[in-house]
Design a protein. Structure first.
Length: 588
């Protein structure tokens, strides 16, 4: 029987395909009953998984041997000894046989039991073993899932990706030709996983906590990224209805795509420059450069996150050069490494933090480890000789941080000049506005910055005190809050007074329902995932600057988010529906 699960609409569109489970934690794993005849098969699965994880660990240990300290090398030894421990194996097999549960559940239970014992020990080294044990369990479950999904992904069948989260590193391993939709247990509309799904143009629903428990690899499902709904085992009627929606969606997308090479200008002649966000060089390969003004945000950290160790300066230069070549002389805005918070770097040990989003992240981390910043800025400078590169600093909260970045830049340019290495001496240094207090000190910061770019994803999270990754409070994360709009106006006004350019590179820049309001607030540079470009451009071409100003003035003066949403529904939506001649669009 069909089951409908409600989550958060993260990326528009509909997808119909079998679900395939990717990674999960030990907390969300599927359960099924194993009969006496099935026990041997589970044993064989355990042997296979142990062999796979042992191989991965020894490969990794060998690969990192030169760059790891003694303590880190021992972590792998400790994990390998758990993996080959005869008692551990016996206990897992006994759990399968006696409790008649699948291997994943047996692993979950045995590890929980062992963990309880280790956690209660006085010795901190023994408590650390508990973490290793859990990690081994996660890797074993990962290996089991991988062998299950091989049956689907190896044959090039279309599938729906299901996992606890959609991680930046997943984007690198996915078969883009066959992934149709994404559904995750965690996350919100503005999580990095959701941002990635949207930029890949893959329909996605996030925040369905029970998805890994309720679904199984191979089960048919529908992802409705417009309504935030997943239908498991759909009926023939539901399938027919969604297939019809899929056809309509494709027809509308084709119509909207027609505008992408037309000028991005309002009917009364105001030019708005539309830039692309890129998560990696891969994104530039598929980019229609003629349709954009440049790259407004290159999230360099994703390339760092997909790797197993820091890329060297030369590797970074190669990557940034490829990005510059891809942009064909148009500006490329390289954001310096923005890890920490919700973007951990596996090979860089970060302390456990109670509030990582308020913790050691972005430029704070890079200024504490200046080697990272020096290497990256030097690489960007070397690549800048090829065209028009810009540097953007994330998570700035004080003028002094910008001044320190300027000093680094100054020192690097002096060194490069002295050694005759070519670079662009006029490279611009920009500041991301994500930390609310920065808005209040912009008049002090702007004289030391060449431009600002508003990272609304974080700015809204901090303004509203709502975690962008937490599905429980996702409803409260609403950038249409009049307070948010007033802050956006304050930033645009401050930049205008200082004669510096201000752009928006957070997700609202690519949300066409926002476009007239943002233009009305004074923004003439918007940077978004390329998939949004046609919609934003079409919207832009539908409202005069005067109308945009009026809409923004009304929105800013409103007293509730609901009122602003009503304004969008009554004043912006009808014109959009008329433009497209499709009511289907109103819900997206
Ligand atoms: C933002 O915060 O709006 C932003 C663009 O950065 P990220 O989404 O990568 O945190
Ligand atoms: Mg951010």
């Amino acid at each position: 029987m069909a089951r409908k699960l409600k989550g958060i609409a993260a990326a528009r569109g509909v997808a119909i395909a079998p679900i395939v489970h990717f990674h999960t934690t030990l907390d969300h794993i599927p359960t099924w009953k194993v009969t006496a005849e099935g026990v041997d098969a589970e044993r064989a699965r355990l042997s296979g998984a142990i062999a796979t994880v042992a191989k991965n660990l020894t490969d990794l240990q060998r690969e990192l041997a030169g760059s790891l300290g003694k303590h880190d090398v021992r972590i792998y030894d400790a994990q390998l000894s758990i993996l080959h421990d005869a008692t551990f194996r016996r206990d897992v097999e006994a759990e399968v046989g006696q409790q008649q549960v699948n291997l994943e559940v047996a692993l979950q239970r045995v590890i929980a039991r062992y963990e309880g014992v280790f956690a209660a020990m006085e010795n901190p080294a023994m408590r650390e073993r508990a973490a290793d044990l859990r990690d081994i369990g996660r890797q074993l479950v990962g290996a089991l899932l991988a062998s299950e999904r091989q049956k689907y992904t190896a044959d090039g069948i279309d599938y729906l990706f299901a996992a606890d989260e959609f991680l930046p590193s997943d984007a690198g391993i996915l078969d883009r030709a066959h992934i149709r939709g994404i559904v995750t247990a965690h996350g919100g509309k503005y999580s990095h996983g959701a941002i990635l799904a949207r930029s890949l143009g893959i329909p996605a629903v996030v925040g369905i906590e029970q998805i890994m428990l309720e679904s199984a690899t191979g089960g048919m499902a529908i992802v409705d990224g417009d309504a935030g709904l997943v239908v498991l085992d759909p009926s023939p009627e539901e399938l027919a209805e969604y297939e019809q929606r899929l056809r309509e969606q494709r027809a509308v997308d084709r119509r909207i795509a027609e505008v992408r090479f037309q000028p991005s200008v309002t009917p009364d002649g105001t030019h708005v420059h539309l830039f692309a966000n890129a998560e990696g060089v891969r994104d530039l390969e598929a980019l229609e450069v003629d349709a954009i003004a440049g790259i407004g945000l290159f999230r360099t950290e994703f390339a760092f996150m997909e790797r197993r160790q820091f890329p060297s300066e030369n590797e970074q230069v190669a990557m940034y050069r490829r990005a510059m070549e891809g942009a064909k002389g148009k500006p490329v805005t390289f954001r310096t490494l923005d890890v920490g918070g919700d973007k951990p770097l596996g090979y860089f040990r970060m302390p456990e933090e109670r509030n990582p989003v308020l913790g050691w992240r972005g430029i704070r981390l890079c200024l504490d480890w200046p080697d990272i910043l020096y290497t990256q800025m030097r690489a960007i400078l070397r690549a800048s000789a090829l065209g028009h590169a810009r540097i953007l600093i994330p998570m700035v909260s004080a003028r002094s941080e910008v001044v320190r970045c300027r000093e680094v830049l100054q020192q690097l340019t002096t060194d490069l000049k002295a050694t005759g290495v070519p670079f662009d001496p006029n490279i611009e240094l920009g500041v991301m506005v994500e930390v609310p207090v920065l808005v209040h000190v912009l008049p002090d910061v702007l004289p030391v910055a060449d431009f600002v770019s508003v990272g609304t994803n974080d700015l809204v999270q901090y303004l509203l005190a709502v975690d962008r990754d937490n599905q429980r409070v996702a409803k409260m994360y609403d950038p249409f809050h009049p307070g948010v709009l007033r802050v956006l106006k304050q930033i645009a006004d401050a930049a205008d007074t200082a004669g510096k350019s201000a752009s928006i590179c957070g997700e609202i820049a690519g949300d066409h329902w926002f476009t007239p309001i943002l233009v009305g607030l004074g923004y003439t540079e918007l940077s978004m995932a390329p998939v949004f470009l046609p919609r934003v451009k079409l919207m832009l071409r539908s409202f005069t600057k005067a109308e945009c100003r009026q809409l923004a003035a009304r929105a800013v003066a409103m007293q509730s988010t609901r009122e602003v949403r009503r304004l969008v529904q009554e004043e912006i939506q009808p014109r959009w529906v008329r433009q497209l001649g499709s009511n289907e669009e109103a819900r997206r």
